[in-house]
Design a protein around this ligand. Sequence first.
Ligand code: PMP
Length: 352
Amino acid sequence: MYRKSIETLSPYIPGFQPAMDGTVIKINSNENPYPPSPKVKELLGGFDFRQLRYYPDATSQPLRELIGAQHGLSSKQVLCGNGSDEVISLIFKVFFEEGDTIATPYPTYTFYKSVADIINVGVAFVDTAEDFAIDLQGLVNTGAKGIFIANPNAQTGRLLPLQRIEELLNNYSGLVVIDEAYIDFAGQESSACHLLGTYSNLIVLRTFSKSYSLCGIRVGFCLADESLIQAMDKCRDSYNVNHLSQVIAAAAFRDREYLEATVKRVVDTRDMLADELRNLGFTVYPSEANFLLCQPHGRSASDIYDYLKAQQIYVRHFDSPRLSDKLRIAIGTEQEVEILLRHLREYAGSDP
Ligand code: PMP
C-alpha cells in the first residue's frame, strides 16, 4: 500500500514541546524569545474575519513584491512557501529525481535528508572538520547534482564567508542551495543574495520563523533566477500560503526597525552567553546564529540536560555521532539566560 521509500522513514521529531504556560524556559528549537513586531498585533486587532471566506492571493504576490524590492530584485525572483521547509520540499520536487544525489555537510539541518529519502534521492554527507568548518571541495568532489548548505549551519552556528560561497559557485555548475534561515543574526553582508545576479544556479532560502519571531505562521521564501522560480511556481501547491500568514508576514517584514532591534538584542545576549559558558568551562563553538552549540567538561551533556529539564529549562541534546555530548542552546531573553546561567553555576558547584 505504501511507497517502498516510506517504510524505513521515521517522522520528523522536533525538540521536546512542553506546555507553554509561562513557567518554562523553552530554548530547544531555535525560536526567537521576543514577540513578533507590534505591527502584527495591530494588524490582528483590526483584522476583518470575513476576509477569510476568500481564497488567499494564490501567488503571495504582495509579499513577493515587498521581499523582492527589499533585495533589489523583481517579484519574479521570489517564491513564498508554507515555511522554508515547504520550499525545500519543492526544490527536491522540481530539480531532482529518483537516483540523483545531493551533497551536504555533516552535520547540518536534517530535513534535507528527510525529503530526499521520500523520493529516493541519495544524500552524500561530507564531514565537516573538527571545528565544523565545511569542506567545499569535498562537496564538489561528490559529483552530486546539487549542493545544500545551511549558512550559518544548523546545529553548529558556524558561518561560511561569502567569498567561499562565491568560490564554490565558480567551481560548480549544479544547483547550489544556500539556506539562510539564520543569516539575519550573522549580518546581511554575509548573505549569498549578493550573488544572485551573477549565478543562475543559486537558490537562497529564507524564513520568517527566526529573526521575525514568526515560527507560528509558517512562512518561508526563496530568491533565485527568474527561470528557477518559474519552474518552482509550476509545481507549488495552489494557495500554498494562507491569507493570515501572508498579511502577518508582510506587516512584520515592513517593520525593519523592530527586526534590527530584536536581532541586535539576541546577538548581544548570544555573545554574553558564549563568554559566560566559557567561564563555566564549556567549549563553545563560534556561532553567528541565534543558538550556541557547546560541550561541557567534567560532566556529561546528558546529565546537564536532565538537570535543566528538572528546573523546567529545555535545551537540545543530540545523540548523533559528531554532536554527541553536546548541547544546543537557543538564545532566550536576557532574563531567561540569567536564570539558565544561575542553574548552570549551581550545577557546577554541586558534587559530580
Ligand atoms: N532551514 C534551517 C537551517 C532550519 O534550521 C530550519 C528550522 N529549524 C528551517 C530551514 C525551516 O524553517 P521553517 O520551515 O520554519 O521556515
